[in-house]
Ligand binder design. Structure first.
Ligand code: DP6
Length: 360
């Protein structure tokens, strides 16, 4: 027999960024963060986990290519779920697995991302969240979403936030073992459904400095990071929660843009400096950077000319712009502006994804 579970998990975009760990193994952050989870139809990971007595070792395929499972992060997540596995019985199929048997059974895992892996579009977030959720269902673990988020966190920090839809906060926690470092939902998917997220894919190439090593270097060398974690983020978290609660787009946009800019300032304050708004391994270095700066400047000018913010921008550890429009009408205008500034041509590698509303 083969027992199988398939799950689908969207990625999330941080509006108050996680950058820096206080514990690298347990993945405990130096500050709280807040994100918005995208619609499941776009940018998501689909993972099937299967168990069978005929499997002789654990195997995993990512986008149809077999990958090694020796990594500590994967093993940590698997161990945590196995520890919580419960008895399972399907009388019809004649399958009975006792709690103690899960240790001996091997897994086959197939995972598929419908967007570029490791291009700064938070693929590890959706990936680990989906893996942990699917494994927990397969092994009949009884944990709730927040408890599962603390396990997904050990795969990739940002993954803990993808266990929920809507707006999500990752509470950094105080416990040395990380028991209170988990995600909670601030508002569900319906709370603020006027927002439309447009992702301008400037480059879909794999990033040069991974988030993991980038944030390690920032923790070791950036004084701005210390200031940000202690003085800036705690206040911003309170303000952002308030903005989300009141659907106050002006505050939301102002905080989102400021936090993205400060995150990239911390990267520049790192020694050696990290530039995420480009793709240095590629001859499009300057084109990518220029594209990012032109997007920022377009949004800033537009917001100023309207007297109040219409669009917020945020960039993660890659050159792709995540643009959050206050409503559908603004999203349509945004797409027009983007297409006007970046007409389809050979020297700009810009494709637009529209998230949240398929009619545009
Ligand atoms: C810039 O979660 O990818 O996207 O915990 O080392 O796996 P690890 O890092 P990761 O870092 C994400 C950083 C970010 C900001 C964010 O998502 O909060």
């Amino acid at each position: 027999w083969v027992l199988m579970v398939t799950a689908q998990t969207p990625t999330n975009i941080a509006v108050i960024k996680y950058w820096g760990k206080r514990d690298e193994t347990l993945i405990l952050p130096v500050n709280d963060s807040i994100s918005v989870t995208l619609d499941p139809d776009h940018l998501c990971t689909t993972t099937t986990v299967a168990v069978s007595p005929s499997f002789d070792h654990d195997r995993m395929w990512l986008n149809a290519k077999e990958i090694s499972l020796s990594g500590g992060r994967f093993q940590n997540c698997l161990r945590e779920i196995r520890n919580r596995a419960c008895d399972f019985e399907d009388k019809e199929k004649g399958i009975k697995i006792e709690k103690k048997d899960w240790e001996k059974l091997h897994l086959h895992i197939a995972s598929y991302n419908n967007f570029p892996t490791a291009a700064g579009l938070a693929s590890s977030a959706a990936g680990f969240a989906c893996l942990v959720f699917a494994l927990a269902k397969l092994m009949n673990a009884k944990e709730d979403q927040s408890q599962l988020s603390a396990i997904a966190r050990q795969g990739s920090g940002s993954a803990c936030r993808s266990l929920f839809g809507g707006f999500v906060k990752w509470i950094m926690g105080k416990d040395e073992k990380g028991s209170d470092s988990l995600a909670v939902q601030l508002a569900d998917e319906e709370h603020w459904n006027d927002l439309v997220i447009v992702i301008a894919v400037v480059s879909s190439r794999q990033k040069e400095t991974s988030s993991t090593s980038g944030m390690r270097e920032s923790v070791e060398t950036s004084l701005l990071l210390q200031h940000r974690a202690k003085e800036v983020v705690p206040k911003r978290i309170v303000q952002m929660e308030e903005a989300i609660k009141n659907r106050d787009f002006s505050s939301f946009a102002q905080l989102t843009c400021a936090d993205s800019n400060q995150f990239h300032a911390v990267c520049l304050d790192t020694s050696p400096p990290i530039f995420y708004m480009n793709d240095t391994s590629h001859r499009q270095f300057s084109t990518n950077m220029e594209t990012c700066f032109r997007i920022i400047s377009c949004v800033e000018k537009w917001n100023r000319s309207e007297g109040s913010p219409q669009v917020a921008y945020t960039f993660d550890a890659g050159p792709n712009a995540v643009l959050i429009a206050r409503n559908k009408k603004v999203a349509a205008q945004l797409l027009q502006r983007l297409l006007f500034i970046f007409p389809p041509s050979s020297d700009t590698d810009l494709n637009s994804y529209v998230i949240g509303d398929k009619s545009i």
